[in-house]
Design a binder for this molecule. Structure first.
Ligand code: ATP
Ligand code: MG
Length: 256
């Protein structure tokens, strides 16, 4: 049955969406059946996979908030080898509306029950907040992938994210584990980046992916073409780095 992973960090702009889209594409290129779920009202993963936010018939918002079936929201974007459950700004309302519904943190988990078995991996792109939507992702997930941009404030907020993961594990989802931290937008010439990277390894040891995602302009350009980087420029450093991350991810998953 498909294991579900939340890609999350409440800090904005650290590479969550870039990691979700490119990890999904890299796993799919290893012949895995992959579903990407966009839970962020910004819908960046949706557009990054070439899905027009204005043309969504059924969105992840409908799946979480109404009785729409997950299967009805899933699309197979042209030219990509993985599926997407897209979203748009409708999702903004979900934060407030969820406060009033039963089993509010379990909506996504319940909605995915019948769909999970069709996939090897389901990756959820979370919004930049520790909100009800992120909680829904954590309650539904087996693992958490945390993208970290190695800069001065990188570690700030990480402890509240880890506390939230622990709380969800204790109260709602005992199976939840930290899969790993992935260093993103890394510039090896930057002393501070190297220092933060060392601190991460001291603190988290094997939980830090060996793969490092470099700052790479092809990764930043690819979403404007609605493509993961392996479809846009397969031989770029960004593409090679996400392929390496995907291999490591599959190895870790096997050993768990
Ligand atoms: N390795 C990289 N090299 C160059 N640019 C990158 C890289 N990773 C991400 N970017 C760019 O940095 C910006 C932020 O990345 P991304 O959207 O993935 O972050 P995010 O954590 O999802 O942001 P948000 O919190 O707003 O959802 C984007 O413009 C993206 O294209
Ligand atoms: Mg994002």
């Amino acid at each position: 049955m498909g294991n579900i992973y939340a890609v999350t960090n409440q800090k904005g702009g650290v590479g969550k969406t870039t990691t979700t889209v490119n990890l999904a594409a890299s796993l799919a290129s290893s012949n895995k059946k992959v579903l990407l779920i966009d839970l962020d009202p910004q819908g960046n993963a949706t557009t990054g996979c070439g899905v027009d936010k204005e043309e969504i018939a059924v969105s992840s918002y409908d799946v979480i908030m109404t009785k729409s079936k997950a299967a009805d929201a899933i699309v197979a974007p042209e030219g990509l080898s993985f599926d997407v459950m897209p979203t748009n700004a409708d999702m903004t309302a979900a934060e407030i509306q969820l406060l009033d519904v039963k089993l509010r943190e379990h909506r996504l988990r319940l909605a995915l029950e019948s769909t999970r078995e069709k996939y090897d991996y389901i990756l959820i792109d979370c919004p930049p907040s520790l909100s009800m939507l992120t909680l829904n992702a954590l309650v539904a997930s087996k693992g958490v992938v945390i993208p970290i941009q190695c800069e001065y404030y990188a570690l700030e907020g990480l402890s509240s994210l880890l506390r939230t993961i622990e709380r969800v594990k204790q109260r709602a989802n005992p199976a939840l584990e930290l899969t790993g931290l992935i260093r993103t937008m890394f510039d090896a010439r930057n002393n501070l980046a190297n220092e933060v990277s060392r601190q991460l390894i001291n603190h988290f040891n094997k939980k830090v992916f060996h793969a490092i995602i470099p700052r790479n302009v092809r990764l930043a350009e690819a979403p404007s073409h609605g493509l993961p980087v392996i479809n846009y420029d397969r031989s770029s450093r960004g593409s090679i780095a996400y392929m390496a991350m995907a291999s490591e991810f599959m190895r870790r998953e096997k050993n768990n």
